[in-house]
Design a protein around this ligand. Structure first.
Ligand SMILES: [Zn+2]
Length: 100
């Protein structure tokens, strides 16, 4: 497998598969390739973290297929505020990614 550097467009396009843990299987892209980009690009890292948290919330609190769009937006807004309003929170998220 060639280990080319991913672009922001790649991350955005493959975000869903990555969060589902299916990037290597479905896209032939290693998780390390994602991590290499995420440690240098905060925009993409935020997108991944938000998607991951939103997915966790939706899977534990309700069935995603039946959740109204307004509820998804409300959860998304809450997750975003909880995640990125404090610098301390941001640093802990960064460390978590770098440890992987
Ligand atoms: Zn990026």
């Amino acid at each position: 497998m060639s280990e080319r550097a991913l672009s922001c467009a790649d991350i955005s396009e493959w975000l869903g598969a990555y969060v589902d843990g299916e990037a290597a299987e479905c896209l032939n892209v290693s998780e390390q390739q994602f991590v290499d980009h995420l440690v240098t690009c905060r925009d993409c890292l935020e997108e991944v973290l938000l998607t991951r948290r939103l997915k966790q919330l939706m899977s534990t609190r309700c069935a995603p297929d039946h959740a109204p769009a307004t509820l998804k937006q409300a959860v998304f807004a809450q997750v975003y505020q909880a995640s990125f309003t404090s610098q301390e929170s941001w640093q802990s998220q960064t460390l978590w990614v770098e440890e992987r």
